[in-house]
Design a protein around this ligand. Structure first.
Ligand SMILES: *Cc1c(COP(=O)(O)O)cnc(C)c1O
Length: 457
């Protein structure tokens, strides 16, 4: 694959350190073999998430200095507002401290028992906010999106037949809103085509149902559209972004992703009445509507970030880096989810540790091995996160055993990721030494964050 130098150079560095092998063994044991419990300082290459972990540019750091911290109608608010309205084309913008706060605001007005909210795949905070208000979150990604080895350019696409069946069956009273997540984080960071966003928008309009985008990675999605959708090859990223949002009535965003910021989010809407109702909730939960949960300096840095993230050379380097990382892993015999998505590579733990049964948590075992072998931190998306115990006491494993290696924006070089590929390749070579784990302590829900485990002999 052709190399592609990053379209930036490094002005400031942050030291990272690989603890010695004996230290890593002790650290992991003390953390109960759960990477969420390992101190960040003790991690060499941290691929836990791409959320809020990106590097800001010199232009963003200087924007911070221009932050206007006035309580109401600050200059920084207008800059943020113009930036968001600019790329979403939406009149009403509510700033929030994170994406989930925008989701909570929206669903506080819409979700209640008897209501269904379809999406290609709900992100876990979106699902949690919908279920919290008693509604049902329905995942309707195309069947190709559920097959981890199948090659398809837009595995995040909405299954239009199933969406139409749901709309027909329940009607707009019970389906008051439809979402599409771009890119589809839960489904492997897979993009959604412009044709599919358009068709979903048209279908929703026919049923009088507003379409909202969960647009955390809108720029990465736009870049995939440019690469893979022949009709869009000659459009600029900004044109594609405008075309995507033109199909939607509203959007929720975590600006910790394609805002290139460390904190922030928003809810954008076309409907002025809904916006007015939500603004009073915003004041209650987050803050005055011209700052939401954010400092003026955050609003400035994000306004700048929204511009930079749409620069094509940035996106080429970003998406290219993930693809090269995937190639490097495959070159070392590591099975991964394909094709690679926009923000992460997903390791197929079942393929890497075939002898570790689901009840011994192969994906969690792989996260432990990655840390032991190379000080690398990834996140388990397998039976520790989604496995359940049935009513008869039987263990019900997750559908897939994956380890997500999410790549922070503009933080690591190909050299760092090449090292991670090397470490993973060594684990594949010596896989038989890993016997799996058992849980010794767990919380009643969201156990993967705090569970303690021990290795099986
Ligand atoms: C991160 C994320 C969210 C939630 O945003 P937070 O800023 O973490 O609250 C919602 N949807 C998707 C697709 C995400 O990736």
């Amino acid at each position: 694959m052709k190399s592609w130098p990053e379209p930036y150079r490094i002005k400031m560095v942050e030291a990272i350190r690989l603890p010695r092998r004996e230290e890593r063994e002790r650290i992991l044991r003390e953390a109960g073999y759960n990477l969420f419990m390992v101190r960040a300082e003790d991690v060499f290459i941290d691929l836990l998430t791409d959320s809020g972990t990106g590097a800001m540019s010199d232009r963003q750091w200087s924007a911070l200095m221009r932050g206007d911290e006035s309580y109401a109608q600050a200059r920084s608010w207008f800059r943020f507002y113009e930036a968001v309205r600019g790329f979403t084309g939406m009149e009403h913008v509510l700033p929030t401290h994170q994406g989930r706060a925008a989701e909570n605001l929206l669903f506080s007005q819409i979700a209640r028992p008897g209501i269904s909210i379809p999406n290609n795949s709900h992100f876990d905070t979106t699902r949690a906010n919908i279920e919290f208000f008693g509604a049902e979150a329905v995942d309707l990604v195309i069947p190709e999106g559920r097959d981890i080895h199948l090659d398809h350019p837009f595995k995040g696409n909405m299954d239009l037949n199933r969406l139409e069946a749901l709309l027909k069956e329940k009607g707009r009273k019970s389906v008051p809103l439809c979402m599409i997540t771009i890119t589809n984080n839960t489904g492997g960071g897979q993009p959604v085509s412009l044709a599919n966003i358009r068709a979903t928008g048209e279908l929703c309009r026919r049923y009088g149902v507003p379409l909202f985008l969960d647009c955390c990675r809108f720029a990465e999605n736009a870049y995939f559209i440019k690469l893979r959708e022949p009709e869009c090859a000659r459009m600029s990223i900004r044109e594609i972004v405008a075309a995507m949002f033109a199909c939607a009535d509203g959007a929720t965003m975590s600006a910790k992703k394609d805002g290139l910021g460390n904190i922030g989010g928003f809810l954008a809407l076309r409907d002025g009445d809904l916006a007015a109702r939500l603004k009073s909730m915003l004041i209650l939960k987050e803050g005055f509507p011209t700052y939401g949960g954010l400092a003026g300096r955050d609003l400035e840095a994000l306004a700048q970030g929204f511009e930079e993230v749409q620069e094509e050379d940035y996106l080429e380097a970003r998406v290219g880096q993930i693809a090269r990382f995937g190639e490097a892993l495959k070159g070392r015999g590591v099975p991964i989810l394909e094709p690679t998505g926009g923000h992460a590579v997903y390791l197929d733990a079942r393929g890497i540790l075939p002898h570790v049964p689901a009840h011994a948590f192969p994906a969690q075992s792989l996260t432990a091995e990655l840390y032991l072998e190379g000080g690398v931190r990834g996140v388990e998306i397998g039976s520790l996160m989604f496995g359940k115990t049935g009513k008869d006491g039987r263990f019900l494993p997750a559908a897939l055993e994956l380890v997500r290696l999410a790549v922070p924006r503009r933080v690591y070089t190909d050299n760092h990721l090449g090292y991670v590929a090397e470490v993973t390749g060594e684990i594949v070579q010596n896989a038989s030494s890993c016997k799996g784990f058992r849980i010794v302590e767990e919380a009643p829900f969201l156990r993967h964050f705090t569970a303690r485990l021990e290795p099986l002999a």
